[in-house]
Each structure stands twice: as structure tokens, then as C-alpha cells.
Design a protein around this ligand. Sequence first.
Ligand code: ZN
Length: 362
Amino acid sequence: MNWSLTIGSVAGTRVRLHVTFLIFLAWIGIADYLAGGPSAAIDSLVFLLLVFLCVTLHEFGHITMARRFGVNTPQVILSPIGGIAAMERMPEKPSQELLVAIAGPLVNVAIAILLMAVFGLGLTRADFLDLEQASLAERLLVVNVMLVAFNLIPAFPMDGGRVLRALLAMTMGAPRATAVAARIGQGFAALFFVLGLLWNPILIFVGLFIYFAAGAEEQQAVFTGLAARLTAGDAMEPSPRLLTAGQPLSAAIDALLASPQKDFPVLDGAGRIAGMLDRDAMIRGLRDGSPAMAVEAVMRRCDPLPPDMPLAVAYDRMRGAGAGAEVVADAQGRVLGVLTADNVAEMMMVASARPGWRFRRG
Ligand code: ZN
């Protein structure tokens, strides 16, 4: 259960409503019904749905720009605190990240301009901030202006934080830029927290949210920094147990049970790498085939990683293939080790505890 309902799909991106969003709508609707009757309830629900339409269009601004750089977005989730577009990744180039980050707020600028043009509204009208008296179009204009202003605050995970990071990355490199942007984001988080105590409690939650999101961004930066300076050879687990293509599956099961290793390189008759066999494939083979069948029949073809391949590239390739591990082999096809997602996660823990830790072996 993931607490979200899919309401439709636009250009390959599923639009989903989080359950809390529906509870929020029901709560507002009932409260306004009790306070002002059916017309008040309908009025505020129409307004809220239009607000979230603007939020959704904002997210599709990011999504459409990201697609131009080859980044897909499988889904976008709407919750009471806003929209979250689940992009596969952020584009690597700072200039592309900047364009993706700015595309969302630009959609709200466009909506605001459209509202002003169609309804003849201006931002200077005296009754502008008197929302009780304002028309629906005027209230939507205020919302879009606020969405732009709020999202451009330079604090992660807000768009302004990403713009700031992209601008910094153009001069100081991505890992350092993220660290600096995360510090600035956490500074804003502290400011929101204090303002929340003094003024509006909602800002306390905004502050906490930004604080933890900035921390998560920094974790990502730890990985990026680590992945940029290490190679597949530095990060692999050396001397794995090996299987041979002709061995029966039962021998592979014995090897699985005899050690914590879950992914086994498989060698051909000449001792060169032929494939990889992981635990899931062994279990499937055991269930659907027989213990006597050859390892060759259940292993997957693999694409060995050269030991000097940058870890960032190696890790992306491994994850892109949907694998939890990949073999590292030299040019002659001799197995040197296995790169696993578990080992990379452990290295991140070490790097967080000791930023200067040297992982290079030798
Ligand atoms: Zn945005």
C-alpha cells in the first residue's frame, strides 16, 4: 500500500493523489459547509482544485524540461504540501539542472500573466490582499505569485535551492556546490523555524522539512563525491567465490549457503568471465527447473566493469541494468572482484563518518 491513487497519465507520467490530499479536501469541504453552507463549501473546493491544478502544471514544467534532457518522470504525487515529481535523476550538467529547476516557477509566472491579461487584473490593486473580497481569478493570481516567490527561496528542496546549486556548480564543482547550498538551505530552515515560533506555526513544519531535505541532498552529494574520485576497482569486494558454467545448480546453492555472498561470477571453460548468477536466479532455477541443471542455464549474461572505470559510471550502469551487483574483470576476462550496492552503501556510511577516508586499496 503506497497511499496514493492514480487519477490519470499524461505523456508517460502517472498523476497520483496522496490519500492525505483527499482527506484534506474533505476536511476543508466539511468545515466550510458547516460554517457557510453548500455554496461556501463548493466555492472553496473549486478554488482548492484550481490551486492544485496550478501546482500540477508547475510540476509538469519541471517534467517537460527534464524530458528534453532525456530524463523521464514515471509519476507525480499531489499531497496537501504540494506536488512531488519523481524524476529518475537530475541532469548532470549544471546548466540543464538550472533550466529544469526554473521551468516550474516559470509556469506559474505564465499562469499569472494569463490571469492578468484575461481578467484585466493588476498586482497593484488596493484590494489585492483582501482575499475575503477578492474574486476567484484574483485569488488564483495571488496563489501563483506566492508559488513563484516561495519556490524561489534558495533552500533545498525548493526550486530556488536547485537554481543556487546549479549556479555554484558552474564555478566550484558539483559536490562542493551541494554542500554549500545545503548549508544555506539549513540556514533558511532555522530561520523558518524561529519565524514559525514567533508568528505562524506552519513555518515550523516548513523549516523541519527543509532541514531534513537539505540533509538528504547532502547524503546524495557524499555519494556523488565518493563516486567521482573512486573507481570500480576501489569499491569492489575482492576475491569473490566463483562458479563455473558447467557446474550443477546444486553446487551454486551450496556456495550460496556457505557464505554471505549473494552474487557469483561464473567462469567459462577457459577461466574467463561468462556471466553472473545471483540468489534470486538460483532460487527461481531451483523452483522452476532442477538442481541438476547447469549454472549456465540460469545465469545472466554480464557486462564486466573494467577496474579503472569511474565508480559513478559503473554504479549507474549496474543500477541501470537493474542489477544489485556486477563483476569487475580485467581486459583478459579474469575476475578481479564484485561491485555490490551493499558495499557502496557501507562506503557512504564510512565517508559520512570520516569525510577524508581513503578507500583506495594497494
Ligand atoms: Zn518546483
